[in-house]
Design a protein around this ligand. Sequence first.
Ligand SMILES: [Zn+2]
Length: 124
Amino acid sequence: MSQDLSATGQSTMNCQCGIATRIFIGFTPTNVVRRFYKCSKPNGYKCDYWKWVDDPLHPRVANFIHDLKKENDNLHREKKALETGMVILKVFGIDIEENCECLDEINVSKSEQVVVDNEEGCCQ
Ligand SMILES: [Zn+2]
């Protein structure tokens, strides 16, 4: 579960150590974006205290949010990969914007050809 949570801040709730807990957010399929209190000490020194802050979501809503989060994470990974690809292309001196203009010209000339072909077909 440690991979699927993030800390959001300090709380006023104390743990068994007598110190303020931190509030974390779970992203597991059954408890997506559900906050909970947990000991704020580093791993290995934490006590066992934890308590839910939020009520559970309806399973349908939790699944929906979980799927959206997965999709968002995938889009971020894809964006990073594309940005890396752009950097690599620039290193090899390939200008994407210049090449995109060439592609636009190719697309325009192809669509013009299609229109001409249709007109010739109509007249015969
Ligand atoms: Zn503690």
